[in-house]
Design a binder for this molecule. Structure first.
Ligand code: TPP
Ligand code: DXP
Ligand code: MG
Length: 622
């Protein structure tokens, strides 16, 4: 096995030429086997094995810096930098991260997870290098999907002006998670076919030249103008006109040619783009056939790609997907927007049924929000389905373009709360804080799958900015009989007792049911309230709680800072309501990767921990 010879960075450089080819195959098999057990980002990683090997052959790590955009494709880089033995704990609690982490290796030069940051970060690192008179190469590896993000354009614009040496490797597989979209993607399509394109244009010139008088005049005019001749015969014009040198397109599986191209790129003064054409899922037939399904996968059978344990219960995303399609049928003003997450957010069904009312804007959350605002001004009812952590990108757009104009935009916020194995970058634990502080915004969270359906319908009838947030994974199908009509700003009392009141947000209602049972076993009386509305929260209900209860416990899967509990507590203090308060939520820290259950325990927001905390708290007041 050649792979056995790879134990630390730069071991790849010691291999013989014929071993390099073998190594690519062995890494491919290694990744398929490991990901088939643990799950992870398979298709993108299979596509860039040879590209990563070529980078490691051409550059000198850790001196040179490689920045992986999104970072979900960095597995081969991890294998080549001494981390192959850690793949048994891939994406597990305290295990190997699925993304680059500076704390994990000196060869990871920038932490990523969210898209389109690599050129900005690379440019910053390159400038720091220049100002400190250091000497190394900086390489930003960005996918064609990530290149649809606004930050990437902003960074290219800036790279062109700053003129420092920066190598941008464009890994173009024509795919985001699903098929890549938009004008840039079209343009890359032209570049990919640019050898035929160049021939065609050269033929045009030759043909023109054969036309007496007029033909040679036309060709001369074209040749005299700088842009004219380039426009006709050079690929990569868009970049070249920005003073960013373009090399490519290159076959992403020809390691020798890639190494040569990277060495050429080192000689370029200023920014340079090396355009590499790859295939998502390369070398594993199920992933080549279904690249979106294998973008991020759970455990699967290697022989056929079938999931090991397909979930039997429907997820919140499925519920949203079904209701969204139904709402689309009922009201033709309902339109849906995604920022490259049609699969993950469940909008695929709506897209198939109403292609004209569905918009994939690319990995462009900021644009997506303002685009939705425009649709609302135009009289439509836009639903922007987005992951909680990705909506962070569009913080100002939600304030400035939606809330300030009080526009009816519905934010369907998936992956709200702990998401698990993607870790720090993807935990959706800030949205309650960042949304509730925005004037005009309404924020809801369903306790179970029926309530998600009711809330989406409510949100579409409402007029103004409104968000509903729900977690990753299986939708809770308990508490079915508690389905009182949703009334604006009113909570739902599920069990009405005295002594302790649990006031829970969204999925914390399910946990609170267990907390309540644990407390009752210890002889306490416990009221359970489903908050339903985080903003505006039910002030009247809170005012009355003091009459029968001595302790109010707020529960949310969100950071405590600026969250639901702190707002309730502030109100209680302000109104001098006679009740003690305990806020349960996430402390002021970034939450690692691991299963949601493990993370809830680590954060002390699981039922047992919460019950213990309440008992301890009660002791203080004895
Ligand atoms: C801000 C943000 N929005 C959405 C995502 C989800 N996401 C992760 S990878 C990906 C597609 C990236 O496509 P590309 O850069 O071409 O890489 P490929 O998977 O094709 O290798 C998306 C949309 C993200 N990570 N960050
Ligand atoms: C890398 C990335 O941002 C996505 O692929 C993300 O990992 C998807 O998460 P879900 O598995 O929750 O859809
Ligand atoms: Mg891609």
């Amino acid at each position: 096995m050649v792979l056995e010879k790879i134990n630390q960075v730069n071991d790849i450089k010691k291999l013989k030429k014929e071993e390099i080819f073998l190594l690519a195959n062995e890494i491919r098999q290694f990744l398929i086997n490991k990901i088939s057990v643990k799950g992870g980002h398979l298709a993108s990683n299979l596509g860039v094995i040879e590209l990563t090997m070529a980078l490691h052959l051409a550059f000198d790590l850790p001196k040179d810096k490689i920045i992986w955009d999104v970072g979900h494709q960095s597995y081969t880089h991890k294998v080549l930098t001494g981390r192959k033995d850690e793949f048994d704990n891939l994406r597990e609690f305290e295990g190997l991260s699925g993304f680059p982490k500076r704390t994990e290796s000196s060869c990871d030069s920038f932490d990523t997870g969210h898209s389109s940051t690599s050129i900005s970060a690379g440019l910053g690192i390159a400038h720091a290098r220049d100002l400190s008179a250091e000497n190394f190469y900086v390489v930003s590896v960005i996918g064609d999907g990530a290149l649809t993000g606004g930050m990437a354009f902003e960074a290219l614009n800036n790279a062109s002006a700053l003129k420092t040496n920066l190598i941008i490797v464009l890994n173009d597989n024509e795919m985001s998670i699903s098929k890549n979209v938009g004008g840039m993607s079209e343009y890359l399509g032209h570049l990919r076919t640019s050898s035929q394109y160049t021939d065609l244009k050269t033929n045009v010139i030759n043909t023109l030249e054969k036309i007496p008088n007029i033909g040679s005049m036309a060709v001369n005019t074209i040749r005299k103008t700088k842009s004219g001749i380039k426009q006709l015969i050079l690929p990569g014009m868009l970049f070249e006109n920005m003073d960013i040198k373009y090399l490519g397109p290159l076959d992403g599986y020809d390691i020798e040619k890639l190494v040569k191209a990277f060495n050429d790129a080192k000689k370029v003064n200023g920014p340079v783009i090396v355009h590499v054409v790859t295939k998502k899922g390369k070398g594993y037939l199920p992933a080549e056939r279904h690249p979106s399904r294998f973008h991020g996968t759970g455990a699967f059978k290697v022989e056929n790609g079938i999931p090991e344990s397909p979930s039997k219960k429907s997820g919140y995303t499925d519920v949203f997907s079904t209701v969204m399609k139904k709402m689309g049928e009922r009201d033709e003003k309902v339109v849906a927007i995604t920022a490259a997450m049609a699969d993950g957010t469940g909008l695929k069904r709506f897209a198939r049924k109403f292609p004209d009312r569905f918009f994939d804007v690319g990995i462009a959350e900021q644009h997506g929000v303002t685009f939705a605002a425009g649709l609302a001004v135009g009289g439509l009812k836009p639903v922007f389905a987005v992951y909680s952590s990705f909506l962070q990108r569009a913080y100002d757009q939600v304030i400035h373009d939606v809330c300030m104009q009080n526009l009816h935009v519905v934010f369907a916020i998936d992956r709200a709360g702990l998401v698990g194995k993607d870790g720090q970058t993807h935990q959706g634990v800030f949205d309650l804080s960042y949304l509730t502080m925005m004037p005009n915004m309404t924020v809801m969270a369903p306790k179970n799958k029926w309530e998600l359906s009711d809330m989406l319908k409510f949100a579409l009838k409402y007029d103004g900015p409104i968000a509903l947030r729900y977690p990753r994974g299986e939708a809770y199908d308990g508490l079915q009989s508690f389905r009182k009509e949703i009334q604006y700003g009113i909570s739902e009392i599920i069990y009405d007792e005295d002594e302790i009141a649990l006031l829970a947000v969204g999925n914390m209602v399910k946990i609170s049911e267990k907390v309540r049972m644990l407390l009752k076993e210890k002889g306490h009386n416990v009221t359970l309230i489903n908050a339903r509305f985080v903003k505006p929260f039910d002030k009247k209900l809170i005012e009355n709680l003091g009459e029968k209860h001595r302790l109010l416990v707020t529960l949310e899967e969100n950071v405590l800072a600026g969250g639901f509990g702190q707002q309730v507590l502030a109100y209680i203090n302000q109104e001098n309501i006679d009740i003690k308060v305990l806020n349960i939520g996430i402390e002021d820290t970034f939450i690692e990767q691991g299963s949601v259950e493990v993370l809830q325990r680590e954060c002390h927001i699981d039922a047992v921990s919460v019950a213990d905390r309440i008992i301890n708290h009660l002791r203080i007041y004895k």
